[in-house]
Design a protein around this ligand. Structure first.
Ligand code: GLA
Length: 387
């Protein structure tokens, strides 16, 4: 349905011509939050909702893009030799930034193109709609210009767009999950070495329900960078005595024995989350492989608690969703997913308890926040690809 609409819009805007279709998913993260820029482990998965793209090459050096999600912005046009960030170019900055990074990395892009995109990832929901657009750009340019662009490089360029072009100091998790995703597999990634393992997301009688706060992550970017800065400061203080490169290298015990080096209550809490969350992610891998979903669920709950108390990136909306869900019978665990400050939470729940979960969470969330929550049952699908 989405693809047809995208193709139809392409024809209406750019005329009938030979086009190629693409898809890049969104992602959830099972556990391992705010660990990817701390040299820790993450455990994300690509989902079946994402961004569709229909594109055709042009003869000149113009890139013309249109999003069915931002119709008001209209067609945005830019030249391949003028790729600086412009506020008025809105969402197209993700594409411009990606083209710029491709060129800076030495890739030859011989002509422009026309592109219509349509995403079914709720905007600003913390399911990585921006990384999805970046990876979409990656596969489109790779396909059209036969670029020698291995998937890992495609991922790293997406991260560079966020870091250098958009100004968010994010880690590698989102782009990695979106590019490397496979059907019914979660990706256990060591962000320190970039070694990864595809792990069957075998939840038995249970499903993952995504719960959207419908609260936009307004302060997300600045708070995100602030947290990252706090972790860097804590690391620098630990490094005065410890020979470590990242917080991810520490066990809980090593961390606890050295907090006096950090000497600041807030910084200790931030670093503690990074270290403990990394440990939890390693335990979660073991639990999932053994089929011990009870332990897995408890780790999800503990992750949320730590993101709430120590990392302080949740807020009333995410807390209400996760904590309400945790109390529903049949729910094994629930936590926020992604950067936080709004966006989505996930719950691992028995299939037969999904309706009950929705009912209870809907009601409580409305009472507490006045907002309406949306639910989606997550399906884990393949990564970014030509259709
Ligand atoms: C955002 C970032 C990721 C990661 C998560 C938190 O999604 O883009 O790199 O840091 O937040 O785990």
């Amino acid at each position: 349905m989405y693809l047809e609409k995208t193709t139809q819009a392409f024809e209406e805007i750019f005329g009938k011509k030979k086009t190629t279709s693409f898809f890049a998913p969104g992602r959830i993260n099972l556990i391992g939050e705010h660990t990817d820029y701390n040299g820790g482990h993450v455990f994300p998965a690509s989902i079946t909702i994402g961004t569709f793209g229909v594109a055709a090459k042009r003869e000149d050096n113009l890139v013309k893009v249109y999003s069915l999600n931002f119709k008001k912005v209209g067609v945005i046009t830019f030249r391949l030799d003028e790729l600086s960030y412009k506020t008025e170019d809105d969402w197209a900055n993700y594409i411009k930034g990606y083209v710029l990074k491709l060129k800076e990395a030495g890739h030859q892009i011989n002509s422009g193109l026309e592109l219509v995109i349509f995403g079914n990832i709720p905007n600003g929901a913390g399911l990585s709609s921006s990384a999805s657009v970046e990876m979409l750009a990656g596969i489109i340019f790779k396909e059209f210009f036969q670029l020698n662009l291995p998937t890992l490089e495609m991922v790293k360029l997406g991260k560079l767009v966020e870091n250098d072009y958009i100004g968010v100091n994010s880690g590698i998790m989102d782009q990695f999950a979106i590019a490397f995703g496979e059907v019914d597999k979660a990706i256990y990634l060591d962000t320190n070495t970039l070694k990864y393992e595809m792990v069957p997301a075998a939840f038995g009688e249970n499903v993952i329900v995504i719960m959207n706060t419908n609260k936009r992550r307004e302060l997300a970017d600045s708070k995100y960078n602030e947290r990252r800065g706090e972790c860097e400061e804590a690391l620098a203080r630990l490094q005065t005595k410890l020979a470590i490169q990242s917080l991810g290298e520490l066990t809980k015990e090593q961390f606890d024995a050295n907090t006096s080096l950090i000497g600041d209550e807030v910084l200790i809490k931030r670093a503690k989350h990074a270290v403990y969350e990394n440990q939890r992610t390693q335990l979660a891998l073991k639990a999932l492989k053994k089929g011990d979903l009870v332990t897995f669920g408890q780790l999800l709950n503990a992750s949320h608690q730590s993101l709430k108390e120590d990392y302080e990136v949740t807020g009333i909306e995410l807390d209400t969703l996760a904590q309400t869900a945790q109390k529903v019978e049949g729910v094994l665990g629930a936590r926020m997913t992604g950067a936080g400050f709004g966006g989505c939470a996930i719950a691992l729940v028995n299939k037969d308890a999904v309706e009950k979960l929705k009912e209870v969470v809907f009601q409580t969330y409305k009472e507490v926040t006045g907002l309406q929550v949306d639910f989606y049952v997550a399906q884990i699908g393949q990564g970014a690809r030509v259709l």
